[in-house]
Design a protein around this ligand. Sequence first.
Ligand code: HSE
Length: 335
Amino acid sequence: MRVVLVGFGVVGQSFARILLSRAADLYTQHGIKPRIVACVDQGGSAISPAGLDLQRLLKAKKKGSVGFYESDARQDPLQVIENVDAEVVIECTPTNLTTGEPGTSHIIAAMRKGRHVITVNKGPLALSFPSLIELANYNGVMFRFSGTVGGGTPILEFAKRCLKGDSIISFQGILNGTTNYILSKMEEGLSYESALQDAKEKGYAEANPALDIDGYDAAAKLVIMANWIMGMKVTMKNVDRTGISAVKASDVKKALQRGNAIKLIASCDSKHLQVRPTEVSKKDPICVNGTLNAVTFSSEHSGHQTIIGRGAGGIETASAVLRDLIEIRDTVFER
Ligand code: HSE
């Protein structure tokens, strides 16, 4: 299976590392032998129809760009998508929740070219979910984005597949690892500023951490879930959003005295989408700490179900990319 990797940041590199360490069992257990035939980042491209040497690719990136893989490597992402033959394009460029770019253009180009698309980029989905789904259907390609919500935790798949046949009435939970980490650390007595610094250093935060702090990241994930799980047609504009910057240490302390915690809760009840700091009982299963995410789905027949797991991190998110790739392989290609 030939794969073009667009963007080679934390998630892209983690994905390459997973392929390196799991090559043998991916083939024996899943019949899948992914070949990265091209990788492109802001500094250049690396292309090999036989499959790139991933160790060498990671070494090139350490020098600054995958463009160091070979001497003549100047194709930009759109040229690579256009010119390199592949079955799947994986889009891993950073999230931009204002324009959705460059991810949206990459995804559109790949779909028009008849490629199946996997993305971990929340921008294109948060801003243009309905039209991207329509484009994928029109071009007869699969479009998967498990890593956009919950990092490695299969929140989207849980709701979409495990609750098949039931009707989800509402859901609410913690969708942003960085703010949850900060609020948890504030509960332990750390200041807001040092907790944020810590989250940045640990690689949980977005390239622009305001996206986490001001609730945009959680809102984007809420939009993706509302579209995919609830069948709503909504974008970022439909979310009533408040971030955590006004949460004070004294608020956290007072909540704690009441046996509660302040969490950035995202909720959807099929009409309203909301992200806001909310006092939650410590006994509530969604009251998880650190970078964990947790979502409770309320469904018509099976009641409340909560899924909890790591919501951020390169290797976790890369594992979601791999799940999507295996699903495409299983659905589209004969084993
Ligand atoms: N910055 C995001 C978070 C990364 O903290 O949840 C995962 O989407």
